[in-house]
Design a protein around this ligand. Structure first.
Ligand SMILES: *Cc1c(COP(=O)(O)O)cnc(C)c1O
Length: 380
């Protein structure tokens, strides 16, 4: 231990054993996890609709790979652009009911670039305390004055908005919160944004594809799609089963953003095969039977587990609060022993004392999977 500490910067704080992170090198087969030759049902994937392994999605990627090759070769602004990107952007904008859309390499890159592009030293950003790390880091990088309001507490947000006067204000929130599974009050946030002349950024990485009419997410559920003050972020790594992200807003906003989104300007474009596959995912997720299966599974899970302390959530994210870091790790190990992969989420990803099992439900889980997981949860 002491010799290994010599080879890292002396000012890095030590990570306590119960908070250490691991790269588990697990293999997967059609959504199941293989770890040390044991098969486990995956209850921690964000592949909520099972599109990652869908034959049509995979074959769209394969055809494009054969035609377009693997990498895109350059930034979109140089020679890395491809018609598949423009097609996907149009499809996403038309599905979401916004004027325009711009792709980004990942949700992390989209948020970091978007906040950096939108905010500067004179901007005040009002952020939910439980926002995703990508938004937190984006605000930091922008140099904006950051105000964090208590989770989903619009009264607290309004008090903070009243405290400072600024001509440059942005309210930023996850849509469906990634570690809690609960939902932002998008309509409430938008009405405060109007009242206080602020922009509103909603990152609905976990809502898009799952929630709302045609799976169009929380913003569509709130009925405020296409509002001029609203900038929405979606990712492809979750319900769409791929990798990448998109920013949805008015045409004039997106045109201006193209001039200043550094994480896209100075980064290699995503592989064209990914965009080709995401067009197919987008078509498939509009199939209501697939989303119905997801919601039936969520309901079934909730029914079987109404007597255990799950955090309140109607989304695919169903966290079971454990509290201590070590206890959460033990619970996850016990579930592994019973054939279920459920991630223990610990601080600093979640607040201290709120370590949890982050259970996620997918349309591809069978009734038996859900029943046996529920039995195992009751044994914990
Ligand atoms: C997963 C996630 C991201 C990051 O997206 P990636 O494409 O995985 O980088 C951003 N925001 C939220 C709310 C997320 O859950």
């Amino acid at each position: 231990m002491s010799s290994s500490r010599k080879s890292i910067p002396s000012w890095w704080p030590e990570v306590s054993p119960s908070r250490q992170r691991h790269l588990p090198a697990l293999m997967q087969q059609q959504g199941d996890i293989l770890l040390h030759h044991r098969r486990m049902v995956n209850f921690s994937s964000n592949d909520y609709l099972g599109l990652r392994h869908h034959a049509e999605v995979v074959s769209a990627a394969v055809s494009s790979l054969q035609q377009d090759g693997l990498g895109s070769g350059a930034s979109r602004y140089v020679t890395g652009d491809h018609p598949a990107f423009h097609r996907l952007e149009q499809e996403l904008a038309s599905w979401k009911g916004t004027e325009a859309c711009l792709l980004a390499g990942s949700g992390m890159l989209a948020n970091i670039g978007l906040m950096q592009a939108m905010a500067g030293r004179h901007t005040h950003v009002y952020a939910d305390k439980l926002n995703h790390a990508s938004l937190v880091d984006g605000v930091r990088l922008s140099g904006a004055v950051s105000h964090r309001y208590a989770h989903r507490d619009l009264q607290h947000l309004e008090r903070l908005l009243n405290k400072h006067t600024s001509k440059q204000r942005i309210i930023v929130s996850d849509g469906v919160f990634s570690m809690d599974g609960d939902e932002a009050d998008v309509a409430g946030l938008l009405s405060l944004a109007e009242q206080y002349d602020a922009w509103l950024v909603i990152d609905d990485a976990h809502g898009i594809g799952c929630i709302g009419p045609q799976g169009r997410g929380l913003v569509a559920q709130a009925g405020v799609q296409g509002h001029v003050r609203l900038i929405e972020l979606g990712t492809f790594g979750k319900a769409l089963g791929g990798y990448g992200a998109c920013i949805l807003a008015t045409s004039s906003f997106i045109q201006a953003l193209i001039q200043r989104l550094r994480t896209v300007i100075y980064s290699t474009a995503m592989p064209p095969s990914m965009a080709a596959a995401m067009s197919v995912s987008l078509r498939l997720l509009q199939d209501s039977a697939l989303r119905q299966q997801l919601h039936d599974n969520i309901e079934y899970f909730l029914m079987l587990n109404s007597d255990i302390p799950l955090l309140p959530s109607n989304t695919p994210i169903q966290p079971l609060l454990i509290g201590g870091d070590v206890a959460a790790l033990h619970a996850a190990e016990q579930l592994k022993g019973e054939g279920f992969f459920v991630a223990a989420i610990r601080p600093p990803t979640v607040p201290a004392g709120s370590a949890r099992l982050r259970i996620t439900i997918s349309a591809i889980h069978s009734r038996e999977d859900i029943e046996s997981l529920s039995t195992a949860l009751h044994r914990l």
